[in-house]
Design a protein around this ligand. Structure first.
Ligand code: NAD
Length: 348
């Protein structure tokens, strides 16, 4: 069990999943959390929101993790780190297909620099943010961790396939580190208070923030990308999982890595609910929860998207004792509360 003595470095701590994980680390474990984030896709306001929810101020090192000497200085300035959760990455599938070089450079070099520093400083526990996009287009559902990986459908997805391999190689090279890669399905929703949620500085490409921004009028109209897929209503199917459930899983993964209970030095675990939801079903759920009709248009397929993907949950239940607790209604309710709260933040 993590305690207030344990210093955890969260890379990408100002981001969507990083900030929710920090809130959980502070609220449920009182851990000593340090963040590093270049704010390339987030803002410093996140740390005010974290403080408002938890009463605690988190230090953020404003560092680009691709800058190797800055990373070395950061780790030298933060001794005795017990574990690193590496969230920092660029994450937009469509943007990665347009700017592959930006994605390969950012996601791979930052990972290498962080792993090198972990090795140099003997950091024992490492959690890597992977993604269900590593599976590519597969026919057999639900997806288990042993499902063979297909060709990555986007440069982003390939950075995660390669990222897992890089983590594997570092562990095998005897870095003395235990690692867990968590393959998230589709994180969605916001903190139950509605005071923290997804707030990217780049245009969002995930479905739920596009839905909530359309409902609030920040986006005039949204597009459903593809209605001719071989699915029950023609739109893509995803496994939406609440961001606070994802945050809980990171804490359990850190504790598992630190407990000596691991079955291999690098474990790979899916984080999903096991339920597939289509884009049109997600829109209908939002409309029901919010009481608002969404302005959307049916459009062509988007490059890089896979048809359907949802997770088998057996391994996460067995190894982490983790099961998603919050449903799609709660994801939509909290995301909508967050969107409405953001409007009041920006007029303050
Ligand atoms: P996010 O963009 O909200 O957060 C990532 C954070 O990393 C941002 O605050 C950004 O400023 C920071 N960052 C990026 N590159 C950096 C660099 N070189 N140096 C320092 N900071 C840097 O994204 P998120 O949704 O919180 O995702 C976190 C992780 O989870 C990412 O690795 C992402 O690929 C992975 N993931 C996300 C999803 C999702 O749908 N949100 C799904 C699967 C996997």
């Amino acid at each position: 069990m993590l305690t207030s003595e344990d210093k955890i470095l969260v890379t990408g701590g100002a981001g969507y999943i990083g900030s929710h994980t920090i809130i959980e680390l502070l609220a449920s474990r009182s851990a000593h959390v340090v963040s590093v984030d270049s704010l390339v896709n987030s803002s410093h306001a996140v740390f005010d929101r974290i403080e408002r929810i938890t009463g605690k101020r988190v230090v953020n090192h404003h560092v680009d993790l691709c800058d190797r000497s800055a990373v070395e200085k950061l780790f030298a300035a933060e001794p005795d780190i017990k574990g690193v959760i590496h969230f920092a990455a660029l994450k937009s599938v469509p943007e990665s297909t347009n700017y592959p070089g930006r994605y390969y450079r950012n996601n791979i070099i930052s990972l290498l620099n962080v792993l090198d520093a972990c090795q140099t400083h003997g950091i024992p526990n490492f959690i890597f943010s992977s993604s269900c996009s590593v599976y590519g287009n597969i026919d057999v559902m639900p997806v288990t961790e042993t499902t063979p990986l297909q060709r990555a459908e986007s440069p982003y997805a390939y950075t995660k396939q390669v990222g897992e391999r890089i983590v594997d190689d570092h562990v095998l090279a005897g870095a003395g580190m235990r690692a867990i890669s968590l393959r998230y399905f589709n994180p969605a929703g916001a903190h139950g208070s509605g005071l923290n949620g997804e707030d990217p500085t780049n245009a969002p490409s995930s479905l739920v923030p596009v839905i909530t921004r359309t409902a609030s009028g920040r986006i005039p109209m949204m597009h459903v990308h593809g209605t001719d897929y071989p699915t029950r209503d023609g739109s893509c199917i995803r496994d939406y999982v609440h961001v606070c459930d994802i945050a809980d899983a990171h804490i359990l993964a850190l504790e598992r890595a630190g407990s000596g209970a691991m079955e291999a030095m690098h474990e790979i675990i899916n984080l999903g609910t096991g339920k597939g939801v289509s884009v049109l079903e997600a829109i209908a759920t939002f409309e029901e929860v919010s009481g608002r009709g969404l302005n959307y248009e049916l459009g062509p397929r988007r490059s890089g998207d896979v048809v359907a993907v949802y997770s088998d949950t057996t391994l996460s239940e067995r190894l982490l004792g983790w099961k998603a607790r919050r449903d799609l209604h709660e994801m939509m309710r909290s995301a909508w509360a967050w969107e409405q709260h953001l409007a009041t933040e920006s007029v303050r």
